[in-house]
Ligand binder design. Structure first.
Ligand code: NOJ
Length: 509
């Protein structure tokens, strides 16, 4: 990255950081005057997102098999802070009409939801297709379309069939083969009504959480070697799926396909060269490791270099990072029809003035070489991992624009957690300010956005946090037999934005 470019962005960040701090001191409220008065483009899509395990319930109904989350939380209930699981959740599997009704009430253009592999192919393999589930999702998708809502379907939101995990899951090099068979069934049965496909959601968590640090199912504490193997298999699975779609379905179905990448925005802790380099390097390790093969070809140079050097120092005769062959590089490159990106918060990154020691087993954080932290003066939320720093949106969008040749960006998740209805006004502030950064990115930085997606339509199961954080525009009464959905003020706010496509009272066209 050219130095001049980066320095100027760093300055931008510092300025905003200070301004944000001052604003927080000044009652920390929406002052209004700093919002863009430009209108969102006509074809910009506003939507909301959910995922199957987090809302559907019906975990063993209509032929569904056990996923890695079903298995993990049935066996080890203490994996969630409140000992809960997704067995019932919002009961959305039985509440199609209620969910479509609130989507319609919001007036969204698209709804991002996931289909569970375990429902469509209960054995994991294409040998047995569960037609009950196929019909269920066909009806659901038709209902969305009838109500003018574009379905955005995630094929994999973390719920691998346990039967495939028993064979090694993402560490088995057959994973791409298994996945592409599953995807083909979905394209075949649903593709005529689906224009937006997401292959994998937040693959960094699939691999780091599932096979490295063990915080997500299948809860494996592995070494960095396993994380990289998982990443390699995700990339190949994605690329094979894109090629399949491109060769057999695109002409007729006319859809687009991407993988929802994510990362917290990493900004340098100071103007020091080492911090600037570290922020960029850590982004390369977490985001570039997927985006570079998709957009540029191959893993980022800095990632290849550092992992190879450290592998050598560990006495290995090859890098822990799989070396992509020329064929693989060419095969993966170009397999993203838009840049799908989930963003929630940011961290500051400080470089190290020493090389992190070699550990046994080696860790990805050692490979990265840098530390991340969130300043105490950034506004907290009820989730420890999210602080309110929407002004960093523009920073990461520019990073993406610059590195990946200005791709069309679709924000496929962005959301704010609360405890119940308290602080819903801060959710409004949070969404409004991310949308403001998007508007500025569109009009000041010439970045094209296809759309924006609030996480989440309604309160739902939050993985390790169980039901202790609520992200919903709609509150869900989990105690009521009907899991009643009630709009929060933020739902009304979002509906008005969607209607007016404007953040202030009067937009200029
Ligand atoms: C991103 C994940 O995709 C989603 O499943 C999760 O609930 C949200 N982040 C909030 O943590």
């Amino acid at each position: 990255m050219p130095e001049k470019y980066f320095k100027c962005h760093v300055r931008y960040c510092f300025w905003h950081d200070k301004m944000n701090f001052i604003l927080i001191l000044l009652v920390n409220s929406c002052l209004g005057h700093h919002y863009s008065n430009k209108r969102f483009p006509k074809d910009f899509m506003f939507g909301v997102a959910t995922s199957a395990y987090q809302i559907e319930g019906a975990w063993n109904e209509d032929g569904k098999s056990e996923s890695i989350w079903d298995y993990a939380l049935h066996k080890y209930p203490n994996l969630t802070v409140d000992y809960t699981n997704g067995d019932v959740a919002c009961d959305s599997y039985h509440k199609v009409a209620a969910d479509v009704a609130i989507l319609k009430e919001l007036g969204v253009q698209h709804y991002r939801f996931s289909i569970p592999w375990t429902r469509i192919l209960p054995r994991g393999f294409q040998s047995e297709i569960n037609m009950k589930a196929v019909i269920h999702y066909q009806n659901f998708i038709k209902k969305l379309k009838k109500n003018g809502i574009e379905p955005m379907v995630t094929l994999y939101h973390w719920d691998l069939p346990q039967s495939l995990q028993n064979l090694g899951g993402f560490l088995n090099d057959s994973l791409p083969e298994w996945f592409v068979h599953y995807a083909k069934v979905c394209f075949h049965f649903f593709g005529s009504d689906v224009k937006y496909w997401i292959t994998f959601n937040e693959p960094v968590h699939i691999c780091l959480g599932g096979y490295g640090y063990g915080y997500f199912a299948p809860n494996i504490y592995g070494e960095a070697l396993w994380i990289y193997r998982c990443i390699y298999n995700v990339l190949l699975a994605h690329a094979r799926t894109w090629h399949l779609y491109d060769e057999e379905f695109r002409l007729i179905q006319k859809g687009k396909l991407a993988m929802s990448l994510n990362n917290d925005v990493y900004i340098p802790a100071s103007n020091k060269e080492t911090d600037i380099e570290a922020a960029d390097r850590l982004l390369q390790f977490m985001l570039g490791i997927f985006a570079n093969p998709l957009y540029v070809g191959d893993f980022p140079e800095i990632v290849k270099f550092r992992v190879a050097e450290r592998s050598k120092a560990e006495g290995r005769n090859q890098s822990r990072l799989p070396e992509l062959t020329q064929e693989e590089i060419a095969y993966i490159k170009g397999t993203s029809d838009f840049f799908a990106f989930n963003v929630y918060t940011a961290y500051k990154v400080a470089g190290l003035d020493y090389e992190p020691p070699i550990t046994n087993p080696p860790t990805i954080s050692g490979d990265q070489g840098g530390t991340i932290f969130q300043p105490p003066y950034w506004e907290n939320t009820t989730a420890s991992f999210i602080k309110v720093v929407p002004w960093t949106g523009r920073y990461i969008f520019k990073w993406i624009k610059h590195l990946y040749k200005n791709p069309e960006i679709f924000v496929t998740e962005n959301g704010y957690p609360t405890h119940g209805n308290e602080l819903d006004d801060r959710r409004i502030f949070y969404i409004k300010n991310y949308l403001n950064d998007i508007l500025n990115s569109i009009y000041e930085d010439n970045i094209t956005f296809l759309g924006y997606t609030v996480w989440s339509l309604m309160d739902n199961f939050q993985w390790n946090f169980g039901y202790t954080n609520q992200f919903g525009l709609y509150a869900v009464d989990f105690k009521s037999p009907n899991k009643i959905r009630t709009p929060r003020p933020s739902a009304g706010f979002y509906r008005r934005i969607i209607e007016s496509r404007c953040l202030v009272n009067n937009c200029v066209d």
